[in-house]
Write a protein that binds this ligand. Structure first.
Ligand SMILES: Cc1cc2nc3c(=O)[nH]c(=O)nc-3n(C[C@H](O)[C@H](O)[C@H](O)COP(=O)(O)OP(=O)(O)OC[C@H]3O[C@@H](n4cnc5c(N)ncnc54)[C@H](O)[C@@H]3O)c2cc1C
Length: 412
């Protein structure tokens, strides 16, 4: 008998889980309070990097934090009124900034991200969404020799972990990205990277395919999930209830609230990020560019040129601080001096983050038939397809192709 699976959350992670579950023959209902891809998957930088395996908390980071916080253009801010609530999480996060944890996270993430394109491929082919993904590499650029040299150990580390990174000369940078400011004289090129030209449309298209293949898409806020006496899951919404044999919680930065229902206390925090998208940039950006010192990505998208980045610790409820987006706009102008910023939109989203920069992928330790797929922090577009395949294998009772030990929900 075909088993019914409810996937809560129609972001890129939930949608990839739904697509892979259908490939295994499950009957899938995808549930979201908003439309597919309208959460964090809406406005990210669209980077598809199989080598983005290093954790956010890196050894030596603690020394950099005061400088970041004091720099108004810096990559990190904390809303001070939220600090008391965030403090326990921040403490755990900073304690992860050591060598042993770095290698542990990097090895586990390599298992998840290396098959990224392989795991996207059948879903994208099935949805005829090939136009949404480009594989033209990414430039990492530096505006001083000092920062380039300082970044060398990080590049070596990434190479050691399998990344192909080619050194670039000044003229290589100008040839590859003529619109970029001439101040970027040092750089490296990651040819294996790709991008999506529209993360929202990619997520929506894959969700529409789930429906075309017989799945259901339900627009509802899940208020509770109960396990009935017969093991059936009752999913409660303000409008009523739905039932399923298995539930996958893929609700991004809000997932811990649903996991707590089963006694699983998972330290999930949001690292809020922003973007600005210039609809008529007036410059021809060819490839994705990362300004390493400023930690911002510029991505040529079908909606225009998007510049995204920054981390803001301010929780799930606080209103966006659009000053962060204005800062990105200024940095975009520095990157592309001829950029036209007259038509721009801005956005804020919630990266779902765990202290060790690893997602939770696998069964609930306490409730049979409940699976978790969340916490993909800065790399959810990269980690989603591998997560989808893994969840489908687990729900189907198979041994997953990747090692999921590091992703256990009870590791905290
Ligand atoms: C500025 C920025 C740039 C980024 N750049 C990149 C990048 O270049 N590459 C990359 O790989 N990643 C990037 N990321 C990270 C990436 O966007 C996220 O990791 C990813 O989108 C998370 O996907 P998700 O499906 O887990 O969550 P979401 O997309 O947030 O989806 C979760 C869904 O669950 C729904 N939901 C939550 N609670 C409930 C409930 N109770 N009932 C019903 N529905 C519910 C929400 O409505 C939402 O649609 C970036 C993030 C930001 C903020």
């Amino acid at each position: 008998m075909t088993r019914k699976v409810a996937v809560i959350g129609a972001g890129i992670v939930g949608v990839c889980c739904a697509g892979w579950l259908q490939r295994k023959g499950f009957s899938v209902t995808l549930i979201d309070r908003d439309g597919p891809g309208e959460g964090t998957s809406f406005g990210n930088a669209g980077s598809l990097s199989p080598s983005a395996v290093l954790p956010v908390a890196m050894p030596g980071m603690l020394k950099q934090v005061p400088g970041w916080l004091l720099d108004p253009l810096g990559p990190l801010t904390i809303r001070w009124s939220y600090l008391p609530r965030a403090a326990p999480w921040l403490w755990r996060f900073l304690r992860c900034a050591n060598e042993a944890q770095m290698w542990h996270t990097a090895h586990a993430m390599r298992g998840l991200l290396t098959p990224m394109f392989e795991c996207y491929e059948p879903l994208i082919r099935n949805a005829h969404a090939e136009d949404l993904v480009r594989r033209e590499g990414c430039l990492y650029v530096y505006d001083s020799e000092e920062t380039f040299r300082a970044g060398k150990p990080m590049q070596d580390l990434r190479r050691k972990l399998g990344a192909v990174l080619e050194d670039l000369t000044e003229s290589d940078i100008q040839r590859l990205e003529p619109a970029l400011s001439r101040k970027f004289r040092w750089g490296i090129y990651a040819p294996a990277n790709g991008l999506t030209v529209n993360p929202h449309r990619l997520t929506r298209t894959l969700a529409e395919q789930v429906v075309a293949d017989g799945g259901r898409l339900l627009r509802a806020e899940i208020s509770d999930i109960e396990v009935g006496g017969d093991g059936a899951k009752i999913i409660r919404t303000p409008a009523g209830a739905d039932t399923a044999d298995v539930v996958v919680i893929a609700a991004g930065a809000w997932s811990h609230r649903l996991a707590a229902r089963f006694g699983d206390r998972i330290p999930l925090e949001t690292q809020r990020g922003y973007h600005v998208t210039m609809a008529k940039p007036g410059v021809k950006a060819q490839r994705m560019v990362n300004w390493v010192r400023r930690r911002v990505f510029a991505t040529p998208m079908e909606m225009g040129l998007r510049v995204a980045g920054t981390v803001e610790i301010a929780g799930l409820e606080a209103a966006p601080n659009w000053r962060r987006a204005e800062i990105l706009l200024g940095l975009a102008k520095e990157m592309y001096p001829d950029l036209d910023t007259s038509e721009s939109t801005h956005w804020m989203g919630h990266r779902p983050c765990l202290p060790d920069s690893l997602p939770v992928i696998g069964p609930s330790p306490r409730a049979a038939g409940i699976f978790y797929a969340f916490g993909h922090q800065h790399v959810g577009m990269c980690g989603a397809p591998g997560t989808g395949r893994t969840i489908a294998e687990l729900v189907n009772g198979e041994k997953p192709q990747i090692d999921i030990e590091a992703f256990r929900a009870d590791r905290f």
